[in-house]
Design a protein around this ligand. Structure first.
Ligand SMILES: [Zn+2]
Length: 203
């Protein structure tokens, strides 16, 4: 059976009419070189590349928000779209793509969230975790927060309210200078996308 993945690039992009990033917060500090990483824009770049590779591998790719759509759809809209994809594609899984942020500039590493009690999501989460770790052996794995933190689960509507198996990945911290450099690099985007592709194809 053809694999189906619903990709969910978190947050919004740049409104072409105003040139402004449409999501409050969800960005890096202004770095020494004047650059700022907008998470929603980065999420779209990662999703766009992952989708291209997945389609080439014969995987059917659907979106909550297409990567060329700058609008920051509400979580309830995203859930409604994901559920409608799932109704017509009952083997679909959802991956919500994010990078992490913290007031502590030394916070770093990667983590993945699932809603509690869904074995299929847990398995997909484990596969992604290992694939991401292979691509980024120097990043700190943060496995201990998985499924343990109720506040975080409550916030992540996209994995709790959707009916399909769903994971939310936090690939690294855009508030960490070293990790943000990876997010801003072509190779970094490629490696993050590759880990997503490998997780989907191996799952
Ligand atoms: Zn995010």
């Amino acid at each position: 059976m053809q694999k189906v993945v619903i990709l969910d690039p978190g947050h919004g992009g740049i409104n072409p009419l105003t040139g402004q990033y449409v999501t409050p917060g969800k960005r890096s500090p202004k770095w020494g070189d004047g650059s700022v990483y907008f998470e929603g824009v980065g999420n779209r770049n990662i999703v766009e590349l992952a989708a291209r590779i997945l389609v080439a591998k014969g995987v059917k790719v659907l979106y909550t928000v297409a990567p060329d759509n700058w609008k920051d759809l509400s979580l309830s809209q995203r859930v409604r779209i994901a559920d409608s994809h799932y109704r017509s594609n009952p083997n679909a899984v959802l991956i919500s793509v994010h990078s992490n942020g913290s007031d502590n500039p030394s916070a770093g590493g990667f983590e993945v969230f699932t809603s509690p009690g869904q074995t299929k999501s847990d398995r997909l989460a484990d596969v992604w975790f290992k694939e991401h770790q292979k691509m980024f052996p120097d990043l700190r794995p943060r496995p201990d927060t998985r499924d343990g933190d109720l506040d975080k689960e409550a916030k992540f509507t996209i994995i709790n309210d959707t009916k399909c198996p769903a994971i939310l990945i936090e690939t690294m911290f855009h508030t960490n200078a070293k990790e943000c450099k990876i997010l801003q690099s072509t190779n970094g985007v490629r490696d993050i996308a590759t880990a997503i592709v490998n997780a989907v194809t191996k799952w």
